[in-house]
Design a protein around this ligand. Sequence first.
Ligand code: 173
Length: 322
Amino acid sequence: MRKLAALTTLALFGLSGAALAQEVTLRAVTSFAEKTTYSRGFERFIERVNETGKGIIRINYIGGPKAMPPFEVGNALKNGVVDIANVTGAFYTNVMPEADAWKLRQVPMAEVRKNGGFDYMAAIYAQKMNAIFLANFVGDNPFHLYLNKKITGPDMAGLKLRITPVYRDFFQAQGATVVQTAPGEVYTALERGVVDGYGWPITGIFDLGWHEKTKYRVDPGFYTAEVSALVNKTTWDKLTPQQKAILQKAGEEAEKEGVAEFAKLNAEDTEKQAKAGIEAIKFDAANTKLFLDKAYEAGWAGIIRQSPEHGPKLRGFFSKAN
Ligand code: 173
């Protein structure tokens, strides 16, 4: 019966076998403003998929935070409202708190993909988020505390700081008062003096003009940023091996390129910040160590508190051997 129906379809529409496999279109969003630092890797990935996937797979780029608030992207991806998303773990801790642990990664992505850590995370993505983790666009890219009030050591008492879950446990442990906002609200919060500073990576503060409202950057940086392409797993499971391979290849290339790209961007933006008059607050060796130890201690404590089951395992996979 089935064969007969298929033959009838062929006869009716005169299609060749090859043409029967239809081009699939995936709906995509990014949780960062379009054409800014943390969307660019994804945008290049889309161009590549649309080029190499002609007639096989196409990504329809809906856009950024104007189309969907960043903290809603995780749920939209999970529920299949979108098929593919560019997003960082801190934006979907409501769906999968473990995702915020990427920031604590001290070994290269290539190593995590080999040491079992990636597979361990992938299982959590499948279970809690109905998602496939395709590629991390960001290489080594530390976060910093940016300020308009001077500090002399790791103590943050009396400071009101803009955060996401990336910085919450650390900044609070150091005595700061915190207020969570999407990146799109940082400029206004600074302009109105609602906050004394904000957490953000070393790159990207020029994208939305924050350098105009920033006096200091605290060195050292801590953790490392992660911004990745996730695919809804129901959508993924319906793709043909050829369609999957196109996404995977573009993802692999993007992840590799991200390592070299961010090494360069980190240096460029550090210099650009100095030229813009942003003064680096440098701690002495003892305070530098204290600051970093506190950052990782508070960061892991937060992950383990939210995920007592997986947190300790992730710590093993992501931490530098010592
Ligand atoms: O500060 C943020 O909004 C944040 O969490 C983040 C994460 C990765 C890259 C850039 C920003």
